[in-house]
Design a binder for this molecule. Structure first.
Ligand code: PMV
Length: 313
C-alpha cells in the first residue's frame, strides 16, 4: 500500500513572543523533544478522512478547532492539482496542543510535507512556509511567521517578521527547563487582547513595552552567543514582567515562574502565546536544572523537559 510520512517538531520561543507580531525581533529554538508525524495512505472509501487525537472522520465534518488543518490540506491539494484526493491522513503528536510550542504550525508542516511526498512533488522551503502561514492565519489571526519557520527548521533563529531570518550560533553553558502548566492557552485570543490594548487611545504605553521587549531581545542575542547566562536569565525575567503587564500570563504561569526563581533559576518567563501553556527557566547547570524541574513538578507542572543549551553550540 502506498504510504507517505511527514514530520515536524515543537519550538520554544526564548524571547520576543507577541512583540514579534509588531515587527520586533525574537529568538526561537527548535524543540525536537516533541514531534508530530503525519501519515498518508489511500482511503478505503472514496473520501478524505482524518484521524487525530481530537477527531476521526471525514475532512468535511471536522470541528472548527481543526479549521487550520482543513485549510492546509485544501491548499496543499489545490497546489498539487489533486482536488478529489481519496486519502486517509493520520496525525500522531507528542507536542502538547495549545501550550505555546507551535503545535498548530507543526501539524501543518508535517501534513504538507507528507502530502507533497505522497504525490512525489518537490516542496521548496518558501512554498512550505507559504502554505503553513495561510493555515496559521486561521489558527492565530495575525501570525508573525515564526512558528512555521521554527517547527520546520532544526536550528535556532533570530527572526523579524517579513525579513529573512538569521541563523544564530548559541554559545551558552546553561540548561533551559521547559515546564507545562497543563492548562491550555489560546494564542489567537491573547494576540487579539494585546491588539485591543495597543489600539486603545492611551495605547502608547503598550507600544513602548513592545519596543522595550525588542531591546531586551537584542541584548539576549549577545548574552546567548557570548556565554553570559546570568545576563540572559535577567533579560528573560524582565521580559516576563512586560508580558505579564501586557496580559499574556495566567495564575498557573505566575506560580511556575515564581517557583523557578525561588528555586535558584537565573531567569524565567512564559514562552509562546501565554494565557496558560508553557514557561521556561534558565539554570546554571544540569544539577540545578533537575532541582528546579523537580520543584516545578511538585507544585503542579504537568511535564518538564531539560534542554542543554550547549547542544546548540
Ligand atoms: O503559542 P504559539 O506556540 O503559537 O506561539 C505564538 C507566538 C506569538 O508571538 C504570540 C504569535 C506569533 O504569531 O508570533
Amino acid at each position: 500500500m502506498k504510504k507517505s510520512e511527514g514530520y515536524a517538531h515543537g519550538k520554544i520561543i526564548l524571547i520576543g513572543e507577541h512583540a514579534v507580531v509588531y515587527g520586533q525581533p525574537s529568538i526561537a529554538l527548535p524543540f525536537p523533544a516533541t514531534q508530530i508525524r503525519a501519515t498518508i495512505t489511500p482511503s478505503e472509501m472514496n473520501n478524505l478522512t482524518i484521524e487525530c487525537m481530537f477527531y476521526k472522520g471525514l475532512l468535511n465534518d471536522m470541528p472548527e478547532l481543526l479549521d487550520s488543518l482543513k485549510k492546509v490540506i485544501e491548499v496543499s491539494l489545490k497546489r498539487l492539482n489533486q482536488p478529489n484526493a481519496f486519502l486517509h491522513i493520520k496525525i500522531e503528536s507528542t507536542i502538547p496542543a495549545e501550550r505555546g510550542m507551535g503545535s498548530s504550525a507543526a501539524v501543518s508542516v508535517a501534513t504538507t510535507r507528507a502530502l507533497f511526498d505522497y504525490y512525489k512533488q518537490k516542496l521548496s522551503r518558501e512554498e512550505l512556509l507559504d502554505i503553513v502561514n495561510i493555515a496559521e492565519i486561521i489558527a492565530h489571526g495575525n501570525p508573525s511567521g515564526l512558528d512555521a519557520l521554527m517547527t520546520s527548521s532544526s536550528q535556532p533563529y533570530y527572526f523579524i517578521k517579513n525579513q529573512t531570518p538569521e541563523l544564530i550560533q548559541p554559545n551558552l553553558d546553561a540548561v533551559l527547563i521547559v515546564a507545562d502548566t497543563g492548562v491550555t492557552g489560546q494564542t489567537k485570543k491573547v494576540v487579539q487582547q494585546i491588539a485591543t490594548k495597543l489600539n486603545q487611545t492611551d495605547g502608547s504605553h503598550y507600544q513602548e513595552m513592545m519596543t522595550t521587549i525588542g531591546e531586551l531581545v537584542k541584548k539576549s542575542r549577545l548574552a546567548l552567543t557570548h556565554n553570559q547566562a546570568e545576563e540572559l536569565g535577567a533579560l528573560l525575567t524582565n521580559t516576563h514582567s512586560l508580558l505579564s503587564q501586557l496580559g499574556a500570563t495566567s495564575p498557573e504561569l505566575e506560580q511556575l515562574v515564581t517557583c523557578a526563581l525561588a528555586s535558584g533559576a537565573l531567569g524565567a518567563k512564559l514562552t509562546g502565546g501565554g494565557g496558560g501553556g508553557c514557561m521556561i527557566a534558565l539554570a546554571k547547570n544540569t544539577t540545578e536544572a533537575k532541582h528546579i524541574a523537580q520543584n516545578l513538578t511538585q507544585i503542579g507542572a504537568k511535564s518538564t523537559w531539560l534542554y542543554e543549551m550547549s547542544d546548540l553550540s
